[in-house]
Design a protein around this ligand. Structure first.
Ligand SMILES: [Zn+2]
Length: 307
């Protein structure tokens, strides 16, 4: 059952528009993504957190097309990827090595879920891309996976690449007790240099103080509040920021949807060399599975290979 307080991203501004932020809380979207896979709990948890970050980052951009957040590394989970369309459809998947995952688990002394993403993915990088279709420039941001948590890595990106003062906190919860649900959430706040085209002196000490206050409020937000299904995101924001000229600016709903199709897969396979296609054939058929939704597509060998 879906909860009206989840699967949305609510945008807001503080300090008369000097700071902008957003809060995302995911429930059904994650169950829809994860039920397509049989991932171990820690992989599902890491993918849930990655999905929440992908929504936060994509929702902050104006684009028409596809936003992709991808973590790639040399650890037991070699890929975590979530993509979000400008129509607010999200899908996500992971690639992992079961044996390495078990070994890494045995080596760990604590079970701190929040620390798991960089630990699981190992050394590598996190990339953001925005693809707006043919004849447009591909926007790409890249940061190495240095940090204990996924939010530390994202904050490092904003500091090094975009030089924007950012506050960010991510939350994730694996199933507990009778619940089989994963939850993930996040809140992000940034200083904006312009307001209505007029430059704001965000180095002004009053602004700095307000930003520090807002940051402290974000850090004080607890998992219990963030995952309380009785509380709307607006109520959480009001509790945190009522003293800082809070204004809610937008609310967007997100849904799981995969964009795979037989035609798309056919055109991908058609670009393969005959010998590669032959390697994939079993009993005259080629079976291809979508990584994102596990949908199986079956083709006949003679659809591709010219004898
Ligand atoms: Zn698919």
């Amino acid at each position: 059952m879906s909860n009206k307080n989840f699967d949305t991203c609510v945008s807001f501004s503080l300090a008369k528009g000097a700071f902008v932020g957003r809060i995302v809380r995911l429930d059904k979207v994650l169950q829809d993504i994860l039920q397509k896979h049989q991932y171990p709990v820690n992989v599902s948890t890491a993918l849930s957190e990655t999905s929440a970050l992908a929504v936060l980052l994509s929702d902050a951009l104006k684009y028409k097309g596809l936003f992709t957040l991808q973590l790639q590394g040399n650890g037991p989970v070699s890929v975590l990827v979530a993509d979000v369309t400008s129509e607010h459809k999200i899908r996500a998947c992971a690639k992992f090595d079961e044996e390495q995952l078990c070994k890494a688990k045995a080596l760990r002394k604590t079970e701190d879920i929040i620390e798991q993403v960089p630990h699981l993915v190992g050394g590598g990088h996190m990339a953001f891309t925005v693809d707006q279709g043919p004849n447009t420039d591909l926007y790409q941001g890249l940061v190495d996976l240095q940090g204990k948590t996924l939010s530390e890595i994202a904050l490092r990106y904003f500091k090094l690449s975009e030089q924007i003062d950012t506050a960010l906190k991510l939350f994730v919860k694996a199933p507990q007790g009778d619940s089989k649900s994963f939850f993930a959430a996040g809140i992000m706040l940034q200083k904006v240099p312009l307001k209505g085209g007029v430059e704001i002196d965000t180095d002004d000490s009053a602004y700095n103080q307000m930003f520090d206050d807002a940051k402290a409020f974000i850090l004080s937000l607890s998992e219990n509040e963030m995952f309380n299904s009785e509380l709307s995101s607006e109520e959480i924001l009001y509790r945190l920021f009522h003293s800082l000229d809070l204004e809610i600016t937008k609310e967007t709903s997100y849904q799981f949807a995969c964009r795979c199709s037989r035609e798309k897969l056919f055109s991908t396979l058609s670009s393969f060399k005959d010998e590669d296609i032959r390697d994939m054939v079993e009993d005259g058929k080629i079976c291809a599975t979508c990584h994102f939704c596990s949908e199986e597509y079956i083709f006949n060998e003679d659809e591709f290979v010219k004898h």
